[in-house]
Each structure stands twice: as C-alpha cells, then as structure tokens.
Ligand binder design. Structure first.
Ligand SMILES: Cc1cc2nc3c(=O)[nH]c(=O)nc-3n(C[C@H](O)[C@H](O)[C@H](O)COP(=O)(O)O)c2cc1C
Length: 194
C-alpha cells in the first residue's frame, strides 16, 4: 500500500501535537511520502500538476491537521479548491481518485464533552461531513476519521500514545473495507462521554 501523508499545520515548528505525530508516522517506515504542506506552499501557490501526480501515485491519502474554527486550516481548503478539479477528481471524465482511501487525523483543542454538550448537539464526525461528501463525490473510500481531544492540554506521553495508535492503524488494509460511517458506532462514542 502506498501512503501519502499530508500535514496541513500553519506552523509545524511551533506545533506540539502535529509535529510529534508527523515524526512518529514518518519514523514508522509505513508512509511512502510525508509532506509538510505549509512548508511546501508558504505563498499558497499550489502546484496542481504536482499534486495530481502525487495523488495518482498513492492509494491511501492521509490528511492530518489541527481543528481550527470547527473546520480545516486555510491551506487545506485552498488545496481542495485547487486540486480537486472537474474531469480529474469528479465530473464525466473525473475518476482519478476513485477507489483511493481518505483517512483524516485531527488534533482537537476542545474536550470531548464540549462536542457532545447539551446546548449544541454535534460531534466531530458531523463537523467533518464536508470531507465525507467530498470523498463520495470523488468516489474515494472515506475511512473512519481519527482524532484526539484536549490537544493543548494533554501531556507528551498522551500525544505519543495517540501517535502510536495512528502508526498501528495507518496501513491497516481492513480499514479500507467498504463501509458507511456507522451511526451505531457514533452513538456508542457519545454514550461514553455523556
Ligand atoms: C486559530 C485557531 C482556531 C482553533 N479552533 C478550534 C476549534 O474550533 N475547536 C477546537 O476544539 N480547537 C480549536 N483550536 C485549538 C487547536 O485545535 C489546537 O491548538 C491544536 O489542535 C493543537 O495542535 P498543535 O500542537 O499541533 O498546534 C484552535 C486553535 C487555533 C490556533
């Protein structure tokens, strides 16, 4: 399995969580290509042909980012806007991503309870729906997303513990088995934190 690991953190040098995870995943030897996207494109001027070539050369795409304003970081949005072009990613002749896996890995500042609070009943998978819909449109296989809460508070050991979890699952072929995001699984998660 050829794995493309794209990290979209605005400043990986000052990052605690995403920097650690990037190194852990890179050092595992399981990743074919690992990239710090903000370092690649500091001016946001994305080389679309290069991105297309890299995506075509891998079969599992792992996108890692810190959760900002209940959403993705700006370069990731720009990357989606620029790279997922009509008749390449979708449209009558657009099937270049068909059958590839999309795995999201996120660091989330808020506590789990915050995302299942009683004022606004939501969840991380709900907030990630645009990615799931994008995967559907481009015929990608949307793998169950992974994340860690309290990203600014947890100690280094916890960060590394989650990093080890990502390392153990990142090349697991079983994760590619076609599946819908399981409603029951989500409800089980909610039960744990309520
Ligand atoms: C501009 C900005 C917006 C953020 N928005 C959110 C948010 O909407 N929800 C949340 O849970 N955490 C939010 N956070 C916290 C980040 O998710 C957290 O700082 C990050 O995951 C830590 O990872 P790092 O150590 O790699 O920087 C935000 C942080 C910043 C700087």
């Amino acid at each position: 399995m050829k794995i493309l690991h794209l990290v979209f953190h605005p400043n990986l040098e000052t990052s605690r969580v995403n920097k650690t995870w990037k190194h852990q995943l890179q050092d595992s030897g399981k990743i074919t290509t690992s990239r710090d996207m903000y370092a690649e494109y500091p001016d946001f001027n994305i080389d679309v042909a290069r991105e297309h070539a890299l995506l075509e050369a891998h079969n599992r795409i792992v996108i890692q980012f810190p959760f900002y304003w209940y959403s993705m970081t700006p370069l990731l949005k720009k990357w989606l806007d620029d790279v997922l072009t009509t008749n390449w990613a979708y449209g009558p002749q657009g099937d270049k991503l068909k059958g590839k896996d999309l795995q999201l890995i996120l660091s989330v500042g808020g506590r789990a309870k915050f995302y299942t609070g009683f004022d606004i009943f939501t969840s991380i998978p709900d907030l990630l729906r645009p990615f799931q819909l994008t995967a559907n449109l481009t015929q990608m296989n949307y793998l169950v997303p992974e994340w860690m809460h309290e990203a600014d508070e947890v100690d280094d050991e916890t960060i590394r513990h989650f990093g080890n979890k990502w390392v153990s699952m990142v090349d697991d072929p079983k994760r590619s088995e076609p599946r819908q995001f399981l409603y029951n699984e989500m409800m089980d998660d909610l039960q744990e934190v309520i």
